[in-house]
Ligand binder design. Structure first.
Ligand code: DGL
Length: 276
């Protein structure tokens, strides 16, 4: 029996997007584009960042506890676990614990396999995601005819955090991390299997040695969210109208810091630390 959640969640209650850090902002961006005026909350577990090297049992407990803590205090209509590392292991426990719908984000293996002309695709994700049984099953189900080169990197996750914290992206470090993909001459499509990575798309395209198709899950997730909340676009839907949404964090973020500015650019104008 799911634990009950805030009873007053309703059509106007926000959608909550969760991640270990800023990665879920890439998902929030797609949700904002599709459901422009729907309120959003964001939860960055920056106190436990990164998730990519954490043990699976620990991740399950952490994510379920955080989601319950927030949802007991605020009305939430739907939860998006904007994190492949967590979604590939936590979703069943989260759905058992919550009474609201939960949408996960998992690597876009299927569209990548369909798009590849050479049948050799790359999976760029966290060390946790590349070794999950869930990921093995996705590949067996949707890319049985493909060769899949997997690269797990926590460094690339950190580079995305650096970018949004205003520290600049070290392209040499990025190049070193993705070299095992670029070194495969027939690999033509790469799955960005971590929500942090679309935030580095410009930099990845800048260093790619040849034409590569980069595939992520953002658009598919936002379509699913729109279906579940039955979002009806209105003529005056306008991204510029966004502005009152809150980002919760589990470790301090300085007011006026570049990170706070990045949250604000994504429509999360107020940043609050969540007491656990
Ligand atoms: N953004 C997350 C993902 O999609 C996790 C990054 C991390 O904390 O390692 O996997």
């Amino acid at each position: 029996m799911p634990l009950s959640t805030c009873p007053d969640h309703n059509a106007l209650a926000p959608v909550l997007v969760m991640d270990s850090g800023v990665g879920g902002l890439s998902i929030a961006h797609h949700i904002r584009q599709r459901c422009a005026r729907h309120p959003l909350l964001y939860l960055a577990d920056n106190g436990a960042f990164p998730y990519g090297d954490k043990e699976e049992g620990w991740l399950v407990d952490r994510v379920v506890t955080l989601a319950l803590t927030l949802i007991r205090r605020y009305p939430v209509r739907l939860l998006v676990l904007g994190c492949n590392t967590a979604s590939t292991v936590v979703l069943p426990a989260l759905r058992d614990a919550l009474a609201i719908p939960v949408v996960g984000v998992v690597p876009a293996i299927k569209p990548a396999a369909l798009a590849s002309r050479t049948a050799h695709i790359g999976l760029l994700a966290t060390p946790g995601t590349v070794k999950r049984t869930y990921t093995d099953r996705l590949i067996d189900a949707h890319a049985p005819h493909c060769r899949v080169t997997r690269v797990g990197s926590t460094d690339v996750v950190q580079l995305a955090e650096d970018k949004l914290a205003g520290r600049g992206v070290d392209l040499q470090r990025l190049q070193a991390a993705v070299a095992p993909l670029f070194d495969q001459p027939d690999l033509d499509t790469v799955v960005l299997g971590c929500t942090h990575f679309p935030l580095l798309l410009d930099e990845l395209q800048q260093i790619q040695p040849r034409e590569i198709r980069w595939v992520d899950s953002g658009a598919a997730v936002s379509r699913r969210v729109a279906e579940l909340i039955d979002y009806q676009p209105r003529l005056n839907d306008d991204l510029a109208a966004i502005g009152q949404d809150t980002a919760f964090v589990t470790a301090p973020v300085l007011a006026g810091s570049q990170l706070a500015v990045s949250f604000a650019r994504s429509g999360f104008n107020s940043v609050e630390q969540l007491g656990l």
